[in-house]
Design a protein around this ligand. Structure first.
Ligand SMILES: [Ca+2]
Ligand SMILES: [Ca+2]
Ligand SMILES: [Ca+2]
Length: 299
């Protein structure tokens, strides 16, 4: 058999072999199943889990996802997973697989007596960049975007702030955060996300940045919640990593943005953890090279 075809055949076999799900039972009554799968570079990937207690779905949890690159450095740092509306305890996170092949370790922890309030943007200010659409386009996940394109101010630069009014601080508030859905199209740089801290009078950066690999994104900041909300106003900013570069005018599209205030409903945190892994392989066309071999397309 042609050597290259044999290679593809083995690859397909391995792919099937490694399709998996993990079941973690940290206590006798609660379980998290973390589901991953085989992906190739630049695939749309989803990690999801089901959270059950005594067989009953937990729909009000906050599940934080951490994903490591194959070299063990952090790809996603405690991003908040999205609850699948109307589902039985399903939480998910979408991303585009980066150009680093190998095994991605995944760890999840869920706090499931936490609830949250949310608010949509009431105003926006573009400091740098060209705007199309309005902040009202961020109220729904509907492929209608509020877009900011990097504009030359020294170098290509982008900065926008969203303000949220009438944000209340619930009793037993534990943290604030955002969920974001959108697109950033410049692979040469990332986007800083920050929430304004009124106690320090500084913008506090989220630990993970938005990249071309994150069509959905979340950030949570813990600590003194009243530091992030002043006179019922919270402020969130997005700015490009390198305001001096002159290479590419990136477009930052926000489809959906919500500001969340998380609080304990029963006054205590019930914390469980799970783990799993995601396999990212090179695209088959990359594996066999481009020497004119017969290519069997595997999807
Ligand atoms: Ca830039
Ligand atoms: Ca750029
Ligand atoms: Ca929208």
């Amino acid at each position: 058999m042609n050597k290259k075809l044999a290679l593809i055949f083995i690859f397909v076999l391995l792919s099937s072999y490694f399709a998996y799900s993990y079941v973690i039972k940290p206590t006798s009554t609660t379980s998290i199943k973390v589901f991953g799968t085989e992906y190739q570079v630049n695939d749309n990937a989803t990690i999801f889990l089901q959270l059950l207690t005594d067989g009953q779905p937990q729909n009000n949890a906050s599940c934080l996802l951490t994903v490591f690159y194959p070299d063990k450095t952090i790809f996603l740092d405690e991003v908040l997973m999205f609850y699948k509306e109307g589902s039985d305890g399903l939480y998910y996170f979408d991303f585009i697989t980066p150009d680093k092949t190998g095994v991605y370790m995944v760890s999840v922890k869920c706090f499931y007596v936490i609830n949250y309030n949310y608010d949509y943007a009431d105003a926006s200010t573009v400091t740098y960049g060209l705007e199309s659409g309005t902040y009202q386009d961020t109220w729904k996940d509907d492929n209608v975007f509020h877009s900011i394109t990097e504009k030359i101010v020294g170098g290509y630069r982008m900065e926008i702030e969203y303000d949220f009014y009438n944000v209340t601080i619930p009793n037993n508030a534990t943290s604030v955060g955002i969920n974001w859905v959108g697109k950033w199209n410049d692979p040469s740089e990332s986007i800083f996300v920050a929430i304004y801290n009124y106690c320090n009078m500084t913008w506090e950066n989220c630990s993970t940045q938005i990249t071309t690999n994150t069509p959905m994104y979340s950030c949570m900041l813990e600590g003194n919640v009243s530091c992030y909300i002043n006179d019922s106003i919270a402020r969130v900013s997005f700015r490009d990593y390198d305001p001096t570069e002159k290479e590419e005018a990136g477009v930052f599209d926000t489809d959906f943005l919500e500001f969340k205030t998380l609080y304990l409903t029963y006054g205590q945190i019930n914390n469980i953890r799970g783990s799993g892994e995601v396999h990212v392989t090179k695209r088959i066309i990359d594996q066999i090279g481009d020497e004119g071999a017969n290519v069997v397309v595997v999807s």
